[in-house]
Design a protein around this ligand. Structure first.
Ligand code: NAD
Ligand code: UGA
Length: 443
């Protein structure tokens, strides 16, 4: 089938390439000329394991092209799949500016029957609103249009794996033929399908992210208690996760969840409920726990050493490992918090960052000062003369660091592991005072 994927970001590029791999003829459309130019020359504009190679393969096969020409993008495909960003506004509501722009492009250039598929995460009620908008603006006797909701569940860092082995495929719509056509796009994937109405599809997406966020805040709150009790939260989570009704996934305690989705989707769901006259108490608490997790961790650091005037190495400024995405990054928020506590110098070690100018996107920073922040590589002497190392994202590369040398070079060898990633025994044997999140050692 001929498909145009609108928006060539993390989701759009992955989806476009996977659809091309499945045998469809795909156009990737984005308003960002630079991005389009890079993609057409086989360069991925962001980092995602395995995706660069798939891009080269599909370009060579001629199954995909990228364009910034809205007219060609709309005219040349029957299926128009929207995957533009839907970031948060200060009220918590999702910002639909990009989505509105896409609808303008579609209505301006429509030239035949189209199925508009919404892959972006959109507030409950949006697909029905999109359909009304299109019906009002398009002469549907000439150009019939249907709208289908098809939310995405991939994780960054595992986008290709998740897209090729989806846990489920949710397809929401009102027109059986259009829903079936979208289902057929994916028939060569082994996946359960859920066909439902728009609101159900939209709510499955928000409730899934809300629930995963709740698991993380639950284990983080239990970690605070485990810390007081002298229990090891890693073993507690492992023991809980062996019960298939609980599952071990998203049960890792740390400095909280970040990224472009959990924070914004929790906010939107709370906002939507309030619009309906309802308070989502549980999700409000999930958010509150997450928002205070860094503060809790920094207090733990301060119970070991003063921070004022100190030099601290922070490992990991992406919102998690295996991605270059820094949106709502817990590592960046942690640095901001440390600077607010009077830390004199922060040395950042992150495989995706080479200069302070590459730190971006995290909102609401209060104390950021580029003069106090420097970038070091994993192979450098980042800990030389430093007073502490704090791990914020569990990059596998961090295990390979010469920790013994770093401990010797540090002014004081404190290692605060905000992701319970490194082995406490091993780190202690290499000369560190290792402090994780509730690892069973009472203060
Ligand atoms: P992104 O910011 O990486 O990409 C969005 C792209 O859309 C950008 O390249 C931008 O230039 C482009 N764009 C903006 N306006 C446009 C327009 N009018 N026409 C064409 N292109 C336009 O965003 P993302 O992370 O890929 O997320 C996209 C959507 O998918 C969001 O709704 C998000 O909530 C949802 N989602 C994201 C993930 C994830 O892991 N990132 C997972 C599941 C769902
Ligand atoms: C998340 C969901 O896992 C995807 O299913 C969903 O499609 C996506 O959001 C989305 O809607 O955008 P993603 O944000 O890429 O995916 O990454 P996750 O692996 O879920 O991690 C999110 C954050 O939670 C990270 O900061 C991570 O460090 C943190 N996390 C994750 C924990 O603190 N503990 C855990 O056990 C798992």
């Amino acid at each position: 089938m001929k498909i145009t994927v609108i928006g060539s970001g993390y989701v759009g590029t992955t989806t476009a390439l996977v659809l091309a791999k499945l045998g469809h003829e795909v156009i990737g459309y984005d308003v960002d000329d630079q991005k389009v130019m890079k993609l057409n020359s086989g360069i991925l504009p962001f980092s995602e394991p395995g995706l660069g190679q798939l891009l080269q393969e599909q370009l060579n096969r001629g199954s995909i092209t990228f364009t910034s020409d809205g007219k060609a993008a709309v005219e040349n495909s029957e299926i128009l799949m929207i995957s533009v960003g839907t970031p948060s506004t200060p009220s918590g509501a999702a910002d639909l500016t990009y989505l509105r722009q896409v609808l303008d492009t579609i209505t301006k250039h429509i030239n035949g029957p189209k199925i508009v598929v919404t892959k972006s995460t959109v507030p409950i009620g949006t697909n029905r609103w999109i359909k009304l908008e299109l019906l009002q603006k398009i002469d549907t006797s000439q150009y019939p249009v249907e709208v289908v909701s098809n939310p995405e569940f991939l994780r960054e860092g595992a986008a290709l794996y998740d897209s090729l082995q989806p846990s489920r495929m949710v397809i929401g719509g009102e027109d059986e033929q259009a829903v079936e056509k979208v289902r057929q796009l994916y028939t060569s994937l082994y996946s359960p399908f859920i066909k439902c109405n728009y609101e159900t599809a939209e709510m499955i997406k928000y409730a899934s992210n809300g629930f995963l966020a709740a698991k993380i805040s639950f284990i983080n709150e239990i970690a605070r208690l485990a810390d007081l009790a002298g229990a090891d939260i890693k073993q507690v989570a492992a023991g809980m996760g062996m019960d298939p009704r609980i599952s071990p996934h998203h049960l890792f305690a740390g400095i909280g969840y970040g990224g472009s989705c959990f924070p914004k989707d929790v906010d939107e769901l709370i906002y939507y409920a309030e619009e309906q006259g309802m308070k989502l108490q549980l999700l409000k608490e999930v958010k509150r726990i997450n928002d205070s997790q860094i503060e809790w961790f920094v207090q733990k650091i301060e119970s070991h050493m003063p921070l004022h005037g100190r030099t601290v190495v922070v490992m990991g400024v992406t919102f998690k490992e295996d991605t270059d995405d820094q949106r709502e990054s817990p590592g960046i928020k942690l640095i901001d918090y440390l600077l607010g506590k009077g830390v004199a110098k922060v040395r950042i070690v992150d495989p995706t960052v080479e200069s302070p100018e590459q730190i971006y996107r995290t909102k609401g920073l209060k104390h950021w000062d580029s003069q106090k922040v420097a970038i070091f590589s994993e192979k450098s002497d980042a800990a030389a003369g430093a007073h502490a190392v704090v791990l914020a994202a569990p990059w596998p590369q961090f295990e390979e660091i010469d920790w013994k040398r770093w401990a010797k070079q540090a002014e004081s060898a404190y290692l605060f592991d905000g992701r319970n990633f490194l082995d406490p025994q091993k780190m202690r044997s290499l000369g560190w005072v290792y402090v994780g999140i509730a690892r069973g050692d009472r203060l």
